[in-house]
Design a protein around this ligand. Structure first.
Ligand SMILES: [Zn+2]
Length: 134
């Protein structure tokens, strides 16, 4: 019976490399997602439990702060230069807005989850709790 894997069996993988590709942060081969944004329960290759993963609103925050900037600039540029009717925005600005807001969500979520694993991020605990083993 093979021994259970040790941390030495899994060299640290850069979260940017594994997360953007939607791969397991430990082995780099298993899939992280089941669908577009739904997280799997565990890695299908190494068995890593993804229960620790909680990116919360992180991906949406980054999209709101940075991803939508090109869409707003593009929309304003069209409006100010061409003063088009509303239907032009519906066929140009709206699809561009959806692309710049939806497409980055998955790689950002993967990157945040892999960063959580890489940096061992978790909820804060008091030092006294750790000494007591709680
Ligand atoms: Zn894995």
């Amino acid at each position: 019976m093979p021994a259970s894997p040790t941390p030495q069996d899994w060299p640290p993988l850069p979260p940017i490399r594994t997360g953007i590709r939607g791969r397991c942060p430990r082995c780099g081969e298993g899939r992280l997602f089941d669908g577009f944004l739904t997280l799997r329960d565990h890695c299908d290759r190494c068995g890593l439990d993804y229960g620790y993963a909680d990116p919360a609103d992180g991906p949406a925050f980054f999209v709101i702060c940075f991803g939508c900037v090109p869409a707003v600039i593009f929309t304003l540029w069209i409006e100010l230069h061409f003063d088009p009717p509303l239907w032009v925005h519906l066929v140009t600005s709206l699809p561009f807005l959806l692309l710049t807001c939806i497409l980055p969500l998955r790689p950002l979520k993967g990157w945040l989850i892999c960063s959580q694993y890489f940096f061992k991020a978790g909820e804060g605990r008091l030092a006294a709790d750790e000494k007591d083993g709680r």
